[in-house]
Design a protein around this ligand. Structure first.
Ligand code: FAD
Ligand code: NAP
Length: 342
């Protein structure tokens, strides 16, 4: 049976660590909880409240006290659905911790998730922004999702094409707040083909004298690099990359490159390139900048950090001043990647 907590502090439910309260909070741990919630949401006073679905809050910041029904999805299950000669099909509950899943897949020798090691958050949130890192994204291994419409309560199966995955985006992200993902199925390779195309992965392995890396070697390396570059949100509150990397037309890029010959860019297709937002922010001089209790992380300018007791207005002002400066200097708009709740 689900318990509804009124006026609940959200502090321990999101990784940026601003303390706000939500008017109604509940957790879903089982199918019975889910069914109860689907009935309950249509009854007073919940029918008039917005619903916010929450995993581990590593891509969500609560900026004010909020009148809403916040639903923490905590449903855990991992089931090997089937296996054929080349692949295993693994069904995973939305509430499983993403990195526990990666560790489990690596232990079993199933390939596909190792580059996504140590990404915080839940399995259910992974399709929302088509999580990605080190040259791999969820879409590469995604088979299907079981999701419920928050409008009708009906269950739908979404195939990969239904999810309309693109760079850090999906159908679910565009239809924000309309679907609750309950389970996903991933298709993982039984005979590993490691993806070492990103950055210096090969060089790092070479330096470690690992000539024939296995899945665990690659996972260990990615964990090592991430720990060395990214702040631990348990120590320094953050939500990972605060802004999306801008995708711009090749023509715009060429003009900018004339002005900034050191501008890095990654080709997405024959018309568009991706510009690292962290580079823009660093080049504009914001890396390490502090404003009250918020700051731009000194090792990676794309990450905004909570220096202790960050206030929402400090964060919003810092975000605005960075956006204005990047627009003025480069003519590019930075959009938050993080979900902000006011
Ligand atoms: P939450 O913040 O709880 O939710 C995020 C969004 O998903 C919200 O819109 C929420 O409503 C929705 N949502 C959550 N669960 C469900 C569900 N079951 N059904 C429907 N909607 C749901 N991201 C990357 O892509 N790559 C990275 O390398 C990466 N590194 C990070 C490093 C750090 C230090 C941090 C703090 C974050 C990083 N992130 C990264 C961002 C974050 O980890 C991912 O976006 C992650 O998928 C969020 O999971 P969560 O459970 O915490 O989501
Ligand atoms: P990094 O390696 O210093 O690279 C900076 C940016 O350049 C990244 O955003 C990355 O784009 C892009 N990039 C670098 N090499 C690339 C290549 N060979 N091909 C395409 N794009 C390339 O970045 P980092 O901060 O240390 O992060 C490493 C990885 O972890 C990145 O993939 C990043 O997305 C991921 N990460 C994500 C978050 C988040 O919250 N979203 C937080 C931390 C780390 P991509 O971002 O598209 O890869």
């Amino acid at each position: 049976m689900i318990t509804i907590i009124k006026n609940h502090s959200i502090l321990s439910h999101h990784t940026f660590g601003i303390d706000q309260s939500v008017s109604h909070f509940l957790q879903l741990e089982s199918k019975a909880d889910l069914d109860e919630f689907l009935t309950l949401k249509n009854t007073p006073p919940f029918e008039s409240l917005p619903i916010i679905i929450l995993g581990e809050g590593s891509n969500s910041i609560f900026l004010n006290d909020i009148e809403a029904l916040v639903v923490r999805v905590n449903f855990k299950t991992m089931k090997l659905l089937k296996a054929d000669q080349n692949f295993v099909y693994l069904q995973v509950g939305a509430g499983e911790n993403w990195d526990d899943l990666v560790a489990y897949s690596v232990q079993n020798g199933w390939q596909g998730l190792e580059n996504l090691s140590l990404i915080p958050g839940t399995v259910g949130a992974a399709p929302i922004q088509n999580i990605g890192a080190y040259g791999v994204e969820l879409a590469d291994v995604f088979e299907q999702a079981e999701a419920l419409s928050l409008e009708t309560g009906e269950t739908h199966i979404f195939t990969k094409s239904d999810c309309q995955f693109s760079y850090r985006n999906s159908f679910f992200k565009r239809q924000k707040g309309k679907w609750l993902i309950w389970k996903i199925t991933l298709k993982l390779r039984k005979k590993p083909i490691l993806n070492l195309t990103y950055g210096n992965l090969k060089t790092h392995l070479h330096e470690q004298k690992i000539s024939q890396p296995n899945l665990q070697d690659l996972r260990n390396l990615i964990i090592k690099i991430r720990r060395s570059k990214l702040p631990d949100y348990r120590v320094l509150g953050n939500s990972g990359s605060f802004f999306q990397n801008p995708i711009i037309d090749l023509t715009v890029y060429k003009a900018l490159k004339n002005e900034y010959p050191d501008l890095p860019a990654y080709i997405l297709n024959d018309k568009q390139v991706k510009i690292p937002a962290g580079w823009l922010i660093e080049r504009a001089g914001w890396k390490g900048y502090k404003y009250g209790q918020v700051g731009v992380y000194h090792k990676q300018a794309l990450i905004l950090v909570n220096l202790g007791k960050a206030k929402s207005y400090e964060l919003l002002e810092l975000v605005e001043v960075i956006q204005t400066d990047i627009l003025r200097k480069f003519g590019l708009s930075l959009k938050p990647e993080v979900n902000l709740y006011h």
